[in-house]
Unconditional design. Structure first.
Length: 432
């Protein structure tokens, strides 16, 4: 332990010294969401006048960082990101943020084939007696970049949970360390609305005992979790680990005993939620964070028996094409693992994919089920990969159906105010 402590001290620098390591034309990858090196990113703009063309590679920004939100940073930094958040969307018009189209399980592989990273910076838990840090809240692409980057800088925070899986980084792998005592960022649990609960109940009724599930975050996934509490022997293989999953373990619905791979384990790529979640995953052998290239690989997902993928979308056309990441041409979020998990679930024996969405937007003035996707809309999930579509009006079964049958199913679950219009437009466009 003394040997590791001495090495730690030699590599310990100040935050200001860490900022001085950044040079023009660098490609710098940072941790995802809760694993972002917040202290570093909050002060990055300070060196804006000294550098140019620095790419900060991110995913799901949690902070309103000046290096990307301040228009004066154009030319100094660009936030190259795999997933837009509300904060990133504001930066897009400043030309300080640009989206990288991707499937999560291939995100690091494809970017690394294009650009070698000069630096990786991410937040980790404190070092243990063996000289290891834990990546803590995310391993979507972090380990891939730690292995590929020329220089590794870690923001060490004693408040971060130690999480098991493919997350161990040894002090010998690290070039520099700076310390932080900030609180772990939390994402409050969103209480399901009445509409969320209706949709959640429909989805939960589709899921059999013994299934392995993937859930996201938000009102609808939280409602699904609520209605799964009476199920038995559920397992979890997911991209994101959430508070709702803690509830399912504690009530006994999830025990992971019927899983065909990683039995008795919850496997994910990152965790984001409240202190309740962080306390649960801390040093918990049940929880394993593995690389996104593994966890989200459709082949791996398909090995799970009765795998059910549950995702949400913004808009779906009458043939089943899903736009889940843009509003027209405007980037809103990202594909993330939606296609990964949907395709994987279909390859599973007894598995299937579910897309959930409200039937309308903007106070019932716009139908989210449309004859054709909006001009410029990104197709996040091909119609070939959609089994069920669920709205507050029921379940549309698309698996194995003809286009004509799909149109009928989707109109059935659309808002009543738009059903006649959808039928008329389908006829006019000769969709079937």
């Amino acid at each position: 332990m003394t040997e590791f402590n001495e090495e730690y001290k030699k590599k310990l620098i100040s935050l200001e010294e860490a900022l001085e390591k950044v040079e023009s034309n660098y490609e710098i990858c940072v941790g995802l969401a809760g694993a972002e090196p917040t202290d570093f990113l909050n002060k990055l703009h300070i060196i804006g006048d000294n550098v140019e063309n620095v790419s900060i590679l991110t995913c799901l920004n949690m902070g309103d960082y000046k290096f990307t939100s301040d228009k004066s940073m154009e030319g100094s930094f660009v936030n190259s990101t795999w997933f837009y958040s509300a904060l990133t969307r504001k930066s897009h018009d400043n030309h300080t943020a640009s989206f990288i189209p991707n499937h999560l399980h291939l995100s690091s592989k494809k970017r690394l084939s294009y650009k070698k990273p000069d630096m990786y910076i991410g937040t980790v838990s404190k070092m243990d007696k063996h000289g290891y840090f834990s990546l803590s809240l995310s391993n979507c692409y972090e380990m891939d970049y730690i292995e590929a980057a020329d220089r590794i800088v870690l923001e060490v925070n004693e408040n971060y949970p130690r999480v098991h899986g493919d997350t161990a980084v040894h002090i010998s792998q690290v070039d520099f360390i700076y310390e932080s005592k900030r609180s772990v960022p939390e994402l409050p649990t969103r209480a399901p609305s009445a509409k969320d609960k209706v949709i959640g109940k429909y989805i939960a009724d589709l899921i059999p005992d013994g299934a392995t599930i993937q859930l996201g975050i938000g009102g609808i996934p939280n409602a699904v979790a609520e209605f799964l509490k009476d199920k038995k022997d559920l397992g979890i293989h997911t991209e994101m680990i959430t508070d709702g999953m803690v509830d399912l373990v504690e009530c006994g619905a999830v025990n992971n005993r019927k899983k065909t791979i990683h039995r008795n384990k919850i496997v994910g790529t990152f965790a984001l939620g409240t202190k309740k979640l962080y306390d649960f995953i801390d040093d918990n052998p049940m929880i394993e964070l593995r690389r996104g290239s593994y966890t989200n690989d459709p082949y791996i997902i398909g090995k799970n028996y009765k795998m059910v993928s549950i995702n949400t979308s913004l808009q779906i056309d009458l043939t089943g094409q899903c736009c889940s990441e843009s509003i027209g041409i405007k980037q809103y979020s990202g594909t993330g693992g939606q296609a990964d998990t949907a395709i994987g679930a279909q390859n599973s024996e007894g598995g299937f994919s579910v897309i959930a969405l409200y039937s309308t937007a903007k106070k019932n003035t716009i139908s989210t089920i449309v004859p054709m996707l909006s001009e410029g809309a990104a197709v996040s999930l091909q119609r070939n990969d959609v089994d069920y579509v669920v709205t507050e009006y029921g379940v549309a079964e698309l698996r194995g159906r003809t286009i004509k049958e799909r149109v009928e199913e989707l109109i059935k679950v659309s808002h009543p105010n738009f059903r006649e219009w959808l039928s008329k437009r389908a006829e006019e466009l000769k969709i079937w």
